[in-house]
Every structure is written in C-alpha cells, then in structure tokens.
Design a protein around this ligand. Sequence first.
Ligand code: SAM
Ligand code: DTB
Ligand code: SF4
Length: 349
Amino acid sequence: MSATAAAPQGQTKHAKKHWTREEVLDLFELPMNDLLFLSHSVHRSHFDVNHVQLSTLLSIKTGGCPEDCQYCPQSAHFETPVEATKLMSIEPVLEAARAAKAAGATRFCMGAAWRSPKARDMERVCDMIKEVKAMGLETCATLGMVDEQQAKTLKEAGLDYYNHNLDSSEEFYKEIITTRTYEDRLQTLKNVADAGMNVCCGGIVGMGEQRHHRADFLCTLANLSTPPHSVPINMLVQVAGTPLSGREALDVFEFVRMVAIARIMMPSSYVRLSAGREQMSDEMQAMCFFAGANSIFYGDELLTTSNPQTEKDRALFSRLGLTTDREMENHSHSAGEDEKSHCHVGCKH
Ligand code: SAM
Ligand code: DTB
Ligand code: SF4
C-alpha cells in the first residue's frame, strides 16, 4: 500500500472518519518513511510542529489499590517496592504545583491509586483542584472510575481534564485486568465528557499485546464520538513484582509507528509521550516528536517511577528547537501578533 493510498479518506478538520482494524493495520505496514511523511504532514496541518505541551504529575494517593492491573506497581495484589500512603493533605500538593509551574509546566495532573473516589475524599480533592487552578495552571486528575455526579462535582471544582485510560483493546484488556470491564471504563469516559470536561485517554504498549490489539485500541479511541483531547501513549515501565515485569520489550520503531498512527487517526488531539521516556534515547524521542507527539509528562517523577530530569528535557528541547508554553508566553509578551509563528518553513499557525 502506498502512502497516498493510506491517506485517511475524507479526513479533514470537519469530517469524522470511522476507522477499521484493516485500515489501521495497513498504516502499520507502511514503510517507515512513508508513514512518517504522512503523520508529520497531518501534524503540520493541525499544530505548530515545534511546540510541546508540558504536564506534570503528582501522586496524591499512592499504592494499596484494590484493582489488579497487571502492569501497575500500585496494585495491592502484587508485592512491589511501592509503599501505600493516605490521601495527601492540601499544602504539599500546592507546593508541588507551584514547583511544576516554576519549572515551566502548564498542566498539573493529580493521580490517585483508587478504583473510584470515595465520598469522603471528594471534598479534599475538590479543594486541591480549586487551589491549583487559582495558581493559573490547567488542572487534570486521574482518580479511577467516576459516576455522573462525581464528574459534575469535579467539573464544578474547576477540573479541566480527566485522565482515564482504556489502556489497550477490549480483547487484550481482559488478559490484563479482571477487576473491572472495558464497559466500565467507557462509561466513565462518557460521564466525564457529559460533565463538560476534556477527556484525556490513552494506553500502554509493550504489555505483550499483538499489533492487531494496538490497531483495535487506536480504533476505539479515534471512533469515540469525540476523540480524546489528549492521548497519552505509555511504554510499559516494568516494575519488579508486577506480573508484566520481564515481558519482552517492544521494538522502538513499533512504538514510533504507534505515535505516528495515533497522530494520523486523531489529527486534532494532543499525543503525549508518557511513561517509559526514561528508557528512550533522545533520538527515539526526536523521532516521536517528528511523528506527531506534541506533549510529554514533565518532571522528575511520574507517579511512582522516575521520569527524565527537567534539565535533561530542557536541553533536549533546546537541541531540537522545540518551544514550550513558557517560551510561547514570553514570546507573546515581547512580540507583536505577526511575529508569533514558531513554524520556520513558511506556514503560520
Ligand atoms: N487508578 C487510576 C486509574 O487506573 O485510572 C488512576 C491512576 S493509574 C496509575 C493511571 C494510568 O497509569 C493507568 O491507566 C496506566 O495507563 C498508567 N500506568 C500505570 N502503571 C504503569 C506502568 N507500569 N507503565 C506504564 N503505564 C502505567
Ligand atoms: C498516563 O497515561 N500515564 C501517567 C498518567 N496517565 C497518570 C501515569 C504513568 C504511571 C507510570 C508508572 C508509575 O509511575 O507508577
Ligand atoms: Fe489501581 Fe490505577 Fe494502578 Fe489499576 S492502574 S492498579 S486502578 S492505580
């Protein structure tokens, strides 16, 4: 199949395409250069390709989770190095948010190792959201399943984004998690969208899934009535004690293909390089940015595992000529509207 034949038919900013597994597998089969040309072209026509959005994570409630997600060091089902803690108090969360803002992040994401939030925890989480938002940061939370009322409450507190991952295809999901269903996850995504929050939804690759599972997973995301605003693509971080520790690592080019195809299928979404960046070379990350990734988790820690140091990331942005929101902000304060474009090959964004 040629790159032209693979171009998503009728996919413009205005028409929504329904994707099939076969079409996505055809994209996976493309020669790498054709795939990257296609995904980069889609990226370039929807975004400033030299800009990366930065989100910082904080685990506000760590470990002891009743769910049995086989990849997760926070599940109470497995013996891992993670120590369970209670929900944090508000002040240290705000301190972490201030530090994230000072380091250049624009979004602060609070994660909790819960199946779903308990009524008694909602008030404190809502206070955290209000205060973080008042600092001028975008707010994001990932707290497990939420019902309609909880979603409304979080929205009213000022939550901008809710992260809830489908993680893989419906078929493969059953091999990874038994304590909840794919349908449960889809219901939460609906509750979040109905409450008016932006959906952040992605998954993990490198769990031993096959290419057709990755294709089905991307179809589910792209075929949602509104594709997710942000799509985190995590490379499995193998943590000792979790059942998935010891799985054969995914080929790096298969990961790049995944990013490129997510970009093609969800042209207006932010595709986020997520867990696993510490195990990626600078060159691999550069390839992912070219393929269409335009967001990262930024900060020395993810939830319980480490992430590249902020200085290392800033050095990489500088070497690649990538801008972040901080430079955009500084630039727009010192330059007129006409000078704002960061695209250096003639197109304006
Ligand atoms: N408990 C909530 C839930 O599952 O929705 C929120 C926190 S949970 C840790 C958020 C996401 O982190 C998971 O959906 C999964 O995609 C990702 N994650 C967890 N452990 C990971 C690992 N070892 N490697 C890569 N991603 C991981
Ligand atoms: C997402 O997709 N990845 C982040 C965030 N959403 C919450 C979490 C990654 C966790 C990696 C393992 C850990 O640090 O515990
Ligand atoms: Fe719990 Fe979330 Fe980890 Fe699953 S991924 S065990 S729900 S913290």
